[in-house]
Write a protein that binds this ligand. Structure first.
Ligand code: NAD
Length: 489
């Protein structure tokens, strides 16, 4: 049977899950937003297409509810978030099936995303209790200073399509833990999962108006409206650098606190002294998780001359073994990319690289059939002037270049305006530390192709953004420091 044919039982279950999406939690609108399955190009559900008036209505509701929520105890907020965690896990089948249908990732990866998303909620349920504060003396000794954190206020949370659940919960959970209300805008392409999460949160005890979800095809009307409203005090955005830059400009109007998780161009460095199997395994994970559609995906692979032939042979063998097909086929480990634009972009990047001298080792094309599919692809000897050497690939295409010295590799890795993530494979401790220190990125994976971790402060430097998500730092993004000083007699 073709990998493009979904398992009949899973397909039926996913249709039931899609039909169960509760739209009554959303504001109403006469316009309609259609959601598509990227594996078939068919419409699988429709939601209200909210306009700017709806956005302001959402701001009003979440702001009013947020003021009451800010007064609740940390213990109460923690208990509610623990109940949300339990509710998400209880409904993991529905969530995973809908993630796979609207975004296209293989079902096993969708289950992984549900757990990862719920883990953020549980993490921030725990962090809600760790309210930071301090007492200190003034240097002159005649005043006492009390420092405490308060909720920043109403937050606008804008998520991308690549992790429809995780990118939303990574923002909603710390906002609620800190004591903020929120207006969430999921990606236009993948709004369904967030609508289910909203329903489950309310079932678990989150106050009805506290979190508002706006589903819209007009993202710029949304951001123009909400960032012009003085009740909004925070924006957290995950998405591309150009949109992040626009939003920072809009946020500047009312001096709104901003967190920006933006695009990446991650280098992956494999040194001659690396463990070959570990490097191949790590590179497959760093390149192919989520079909290569992650902001931390290994975008440029630099392989040292002495290990290059063996690494490339083993890596290419693994890439050629990926089974491309429908997310609901249990043998499939590479689903569709998100849309036609992505297929065209990947074809263009591969063709440009080959025309400029790169060698195509496997893959390289899009099967002629419905759905947005692109093969797992390896390009060797990619020249520096190829577009793929400087563009965020965001798909299952590996671009390899070879290097001679550590200096050359580090220079190449840093030769980009992005600074989100990097990966280093070496068995030499000095090299691991020195190279990690020299790389201009917010995160480095050392012999590790998986960077994301709820306990870590995820985020980038340079044009990859500002602010952190996860860890204790993730909560601080939704807090403001205040202090009281008392004069001593
Ligand atoms: P995108 O910037 O096109 O869209 C992201 C979100 O912003 C979507 O919800 C979209 O509807 C919305 N949006 C677009 N224009 C807007 C506007 N003018 N005002 C308000 N909202 C607007 O990005 P995408 O294609 O959805 O996601 C891919 C990009 O996201 C890649 O560049 C990737 O690297 C980045 N990303 C970064 C991280 C990170 O943590 N740094 C994580 C995932 C994805």
């Amino acid at each position: 049977m073709s990998y493009f044919t979904p398992n009949a039982e899973l397909l039926a279950q996913s249709n039931t899950a899609l039909a169960s999406v509760n739209k009554t939690r959303l504001l109403t609108s006469s316009a309609t937003l259609n959601v598509y399955d990227p594996a078939t190009e068919e419409v699988i559900a429709s939601l209200p297409d909210h306009n700017a008036v709806n956005a302001i209505e959402a701001v009003a509701k979440a702001d009013a509810a947020g003021k009451a929520w800010a007064k609740t105890s940390p213990r109460h907020r923690s208990d509610v978030l623990h109940a949300v965690y339990a509710k998400l896990i209880e409904n993991k089948d529905t969530l995973a099936l809908v993630i796979s249908r609207e975004m296209g990732k293989p079902l096993a990866e969708a289950y992984g995303e549900v757990q990862y998303s719920a883990d953020y909620v549980r993490w921030f349920a725990e962090e809600a209790l760790r309210a930071k504060g301090s007492y200190r003396d003034s240097p002159s000794g005649d005043a006492t200073i009390l420092v405490r954190s308060s909720p920043v206020g109403l937050a606008i949370l804008i998520a991308p399509w690549n992790f429809p659940m995780a990118m939303a919960t990574r923002k909603i959970a710390p906002a609620l833990a800190a004591g903020c209300g929120a207006v969430v805008k999921p990606a236009t392409l993948t709004p369904l999962t967030t609508v289910i999460v909203l329903d489950l949160m309310i079932q678990a005890g989150v106050p009805e108006d506290l979190v508002q979800v706006i589903t819209t095809t007009n993202a710029s009307a949304f951001s123009e409206a909400v960032l012009n409203d003085e009740r909004v005090r925070k924006i957290s955005f995950t998405g591309s650098t150009p949109v992040g830059s626009t939003l920072m400009g809009l946020a500047a109007r009312n001096i709104v606190k901003s967190s920006m998780e933006l695009g990446g161009n991650a280098p992956l460095l494999v040194f001659d002294d690396a463990d070959l199997e570990r490097a191949i395994e790590g590179a497959i994970l760093a390149k192919m998780r989520n079909g290569g559609q992650t902001c931390v995906a290994a975008n440029r692979m630099f392989i040292q001359d002495g290990i290059a032939d063996a690494f490339i042979e083993g890596f290419t063998e693994r890439m050629a073994a990926f089974k491309l097909g429908n997310a609901l086929n249990s043998e499939v480990d590479l689903g569709p990319v998100i849309d036609k634009r992505a297929v065209d972009r990947l074809s263009g990047l591969v063709n440009d690289a080959v025309a400029k001298g790169a060698t195509l080792l496997t893959g390289g094309s899009s099967p002629d059939r419905p759905g947005f599919f692109f093969e797992a692809t390896v390009l060797d000897n990619v020249p520096a002037n190829a577009d793929i050497a400087t563009t965020e690939i965001f798909g299952p295409v590996a671009a390899i270049t070879r290097f001679k010295t550590q200096e050359e590799a580090v220079h190449g890795a840093n030769d980009t305006q992005f600074g989100l993530a990097a990966f280093v494979f070496t068995e030499n401790l000095d090299r691991a530390i020195n190279v990690s220190e020299a790389l201009e990125t917010g995160m480095v994976g050392i012999n590790n192709g998986l960077l994301s971790n709820i306990a870590a402060p995820f985020g980038g430097v340079k044009q990859s953004g500002t602010g952190r998500e996860g860890g204790a730092e993730g909560l601080e993004e939704y807090q403001e420091l205040r202090y009281f000083t008392m004069k001593r007699r």
